[in-house]
Design a protein around this ligand. Structure first.
Ligand code: PMP
Ligand code: GLN
Length: 380
């Protein structure tokens, strides 16, 4: 029968941003930057609009963006990707996740993923009529537990839905963890769909390792990314999928009936952004790394135990010292009580006990905003 989406009500991001507005609170909930991305990219969008690129773009994406994505995969990762058959532009990574799940899974197929998981994973798996099988990442190190991961696989496993760097934990999967996941995917003949939207937001001099570059993985991997995070333009919703041509064609077939196409004038602008110098990419990650340090130190000085993230926009802290018993209830009260918004990690879990008192705070904000949030939390 039709999968029930009834359990998926208002997303936590919409709920928490509404509370932030209502209470005039500092919003460290929803992950979006409060400064704009590269000037050249913004100007290119204006030029595209003024240049009349306001009608339906081609189904797979505009040619200059497909080319720029292929060049990006080669430039940063040494991957050779055919821009015409192995790349598809989507309406953000969100559409890519939904379209990939729908393309690869039949009802009853199983999808292995880690929890906490990004909220759209559970919904997309349900839309496809598939069943999620999860392995828990536990605070504070969020290490992969081999036994529970292996137990999540079965003869019905169709795909692994992976996310590195990982939202909401900020974890960057280690090479050994990725090798384990890939070897299980090969053993159970599963696809790996890897959400790498934070690929350029990795800290401490570490390098992002795309799953598609690992031995024997290209043929069974679909890689998802988005300009939202890399170029601080979350509202533009320009994402993409790349991988073997037949699988990309299957995703494209689904995408036609979800949105057909999207983000017309923003596509050529993202093509310009992808071609910018390394210093632009490095500048964003080093600025975020400094913000991570600022927020981590502030949360620690407010008495919280923190898991220091290796990437992303997010840090997870244990709010028990601030009186949290149930993170969801705590986060619903926090805007009125302290004028700060965070997101309860428990909403990204099936096993909510794994994250009872854990709160995710976003640090992709101006320094003064982060300082104000910390000061308010310190007063609690
Ligand atoms: N995947 C992850 C892990 C994310 O954090 C996000 C956005 N926060 C998305 C996908 C969605 O990306 P987009 O906005 O490009 O749809
Ligand atoms: N991905 C962003 C986050 O994790 C929010 C995206 C959304 O609001 N759906 O905070």
């Amino acid at each position: 029968g039709k999968p029930s989406l009834a359990p998926f009500g208002t997303t936590i991001f919409a709920e928490m941003t509404a509370l932030a507005t209502e209470h005039g609170a500092v919003n460290l909930g929803q992950g979006f930057p409060d400064t704009d991305g590269p000037r050249a990219m913004l100007d290119a969008a204006k030029a595209a609009i003024d240049g009349g690129r306001n009608q339906y773009p081609p189904g797979p994406g505009v040619p200059e963006l497909l080319d720029a994505i292929a060049v990006h995969q080669s430039r940063f990762y040494g991957l050779t990707v055919d821009p015409r058959s192995e790349v598809l532009v989507t309406v953000g990574a969100t559409e890519a996740i939904a379209a990939t799940s729908l393309a690869l899974c039949e009802p009853g197929d199983e999808v292995v993923t880690f929890e906490p998981y990004y909220d759209s994973y559970a919904a997309s798996i349900a839309l496809a009529g598939a069943v999620r099988r999860t392995s828990v990442l536990r605070f504070p190190d969020f290490a992969v537990d081999e036994e529970s991961l292996r137990a999540a696989f079965s003869s019905r496993t169709r795909m692994v839905l992976l996310n590195t760097p990982h939202n909401p934990t900020g974890k960057v999967f280690t090479r050994a963890e990725l090798d384990l996941i890939c070897s299980l995917a090969r053993e159970f003949d599963a696809w790996v769909v890897t959400d790498e939207v934070y690929e350029h937001l990795v800290f401490d001099g570490a390098a992002h390792v795309p799953v598609a570059t690992l031995p024997e993985m290209w043929d069974r991997t679909l890689t998802i990314s988005s300009s939202g995070k890399t170029f601080s333009a979350t509202g533009w919703k320009v994402g993409w999928v790349s991988g073997p041509a037949a699988a990309v064609a299957a995703v494209r077939a689904v995408k036609q009936f979800l949105t057909f196409v999207g983000s017309g004038p923003f596509q050529p602008a993202v093509a310009v952004a992808l071609g910018l110098d390394n210093s632009v990419y490095a500048g964003l990650s080093s600025s975020l790394e400094a913000k991570r340090d600022l927020l981590v130190a502030g949360l620690q000085s407010a008495g919280l135990e923190v898991s220091v993230p290796g990437g992303t926009y997010f840090v997870v802290a244990d709010a028990a010292p601030l009186g949290a018993v149930d993170a969801l209830a705590f986060c619903r009260e926090l805007p009125a009580r302290a004028g700060v918004v965070g997101v309860p990690v428990s909403v990204f879990h099936d096993d909510v006990d794994a994250a009872r008192t854990l709160v995710r705070f976003a640090f992709c904000k101006k320094d003064e905003v982060l300082r104000e949030a910390v000061e308010r939390l310190s007063r609690l």
